[in-house]
Write a protein that binds this ligand. Structure first.
Ligand code: S3P
Length: 430
């Protein structure tokens, strides 16, 4: 339980932990190579530790030191049958990407997760993997985890149009495609994050990608190379928005990944009138990195276009906090995927914001938030629903208020950002 009574200001320089999506991919894809790959700035969060543990159970050897992991790549055909179920915890990226890998292996495996994971949709991977020739089954008529995979069938490349823009589905199929006969083409309705494509390209895979289109031609051995994982843009977003909404505030967040398929929030915030500067832009391990400076701003409301929702999907809870303190009505629609995340984020935001005294209209596909720069927050007891991004967004919300706000179940923050509370509390002052 956290108890916060603002208003605070926030100042200083900070580094956020490594990117969650890239950390998962770094260990999964390195294990498919035959090299020892050193991954620097790896995110040791609950989610990524679950992926590491699963890889260990299928025979991948690794060692860790401080912020690094060294994966001893075993090559595409040397994984071994696990002697237990594989537990993905709260992590959609673990269960979906590893399903793609396990369908290409020559053994049986069972993947399960926590209550949230076992209620999230898995038919979106089961159906196309089945079309590739995999034998993968799930609970509730092949819709939910636990998943059972009977490996050993030869996969064949497919041309697949995904009906939802999901990097997890795309990456699952891209990984399965590496084991298949013939090439796989994936077409999405909107552009989703392209970390898998960038890392496969970095490892020398035969891959073509452009916006909504990805093609993988199997057969070329992946060549492992050391990876630097940039700071997680989604984690940086909590500091950016804290600086924007709090008075007399300025933060510099160093070494953040600003891959354009991930960082569209910067464009949205600029449209809202945010003072943000991008500095020291550079490329490392085929990803774009920069330092981001943000300072107190007079924000105004914004309407977000459906096409860019996948590029801000994880930042919508914290964007909603910015919207609460931006003058006017902010419209976030076309975002029904938010209901299928670690919690039903549309409901979580709308319910908790209302308790704090913020007027929100809830729609099946999004939210409209009535913002005001002079808004007062009610003294309230708020819940995270076990969802890390809801918990951290509520912390930032509470920093702005003049009333005492209690936030329960904040342990889930470890899912993506161990040490968040210490970092942010060290930078604030009254
Ligand atoms: C992720 C993709 C997104 C995102 C999730 C991480 C990834 O999910 O919300 O936090 O690592 O590929 P979807 O691809 O299901 O939209």
């Amino acid at each position: 339980m956290l108890e916060i009574c603002g208003p605070y200001r926030i100042n200083g320089t900070v580094e956020v932990p490594g990117d969650k999506s890239i950390s998962h991919r770094s260990i999964i894809l390195s294990s498919l190579t035959k090299e020892n790959v050193i991954i620097d700035n790896f995110l040791f969060s609950e989610d990524c530790k679950n992926t590491l543990e699963i890889l260990k159970k299928i025979g991948v050897k690794y060692s860790t030191s401080k912020d690094c992991v060294m994966i001893e790549g075993c090559g595409i055909s040397n994984f071994v049958e696990p002697d237990d179920i594989l537990y993905a915890g709260n992590s959609g990226t673990s269960i979906r990407l590893l399903s793609g890998l396990l369908c290409g292996c020559n053994f049986m495996s069972i993947l399960s997760g926590d209550k949230s994971i076992n209620n999230r949709p898995m038919d979106r991977i089961i159906n196309p993997l089945t079309e590739m020739g995999a034998k993968i089954y799930g609970r509730l008529n092949n819709k939910k985890a636990p998943l059972v995979i009977f490996g050993g069938s030869m996969l064949k490349g497919i041309k697949h149009e995904i009906n939802v823009a999901s990097a997890q589905v795309k990456s699952c199929l891209a990984i399965a495609a590496l084991f298949a006969e013939g090439s796989t083409e994936i077409i999405q309705p909107a552009v989703s994050r392209d970390h898998t494509e960038r890392m496969l390209e970095y490892f020398g895979a035969d891959i073509q990608y452009d916006g909504k289109y990805t093609k993988i031609i199997p057969g070329k051995n992946l060549k492992g190379k050391d990876i630097f994982v940039p700071g997680d843009f989604s984690s940086a977003a909590f500091f950016i928005i804290a600086a924007l909404i709090l008075e007399k505030s300025k933060v510099l967040i160093k070494n953040v990944g600003i891959n354009p398929t991930r960082s569209y929030l910067l464009n949205v915030l600029k449209e809202m009138g945010a003072n943000i500067e991008i500095k020291n832009e550079r490329i490392k391990s085929n990803e774009i990195i920069a330092d981001i400076e943000a300072s107190s701003s007079m924000l105004k409301a914004v309407s977000v276009n459906e096409e860019v929702i996948p590029n801000i999907i994880d930042e919508i809870p914290i964007l909603s906090v910015a919207a609460a303190f931006a003058e006017g009505l902010t419209k976030i629609r076309g975002a029904k995927e938010l209901r299928l995340k670690e919690s039903d984020r549309i409901k979580s935001i709308s319910t908790e914001f209302k308790k704090a005294g913020i007027k929100v209209d809830e729609y099946p596909d999004g939210l409209e938030i009535h913002g005001s720069r002079h808004r007062e927050i009610n003294s309230s007891s708020l819940k995270s629903y076990g969802d890390h991004r809801i918990a951290m967004s509520l912390v930032v919300l509470a920093l702005k208020g003049k009333a005492e706000v209690k936030i329960s179940s904040t342990k889930c923050i470890n899912t993506s950002f161990p040490g968040f509370e210490d970092k942010i509390f060290n930078m604030i002052s009254n």
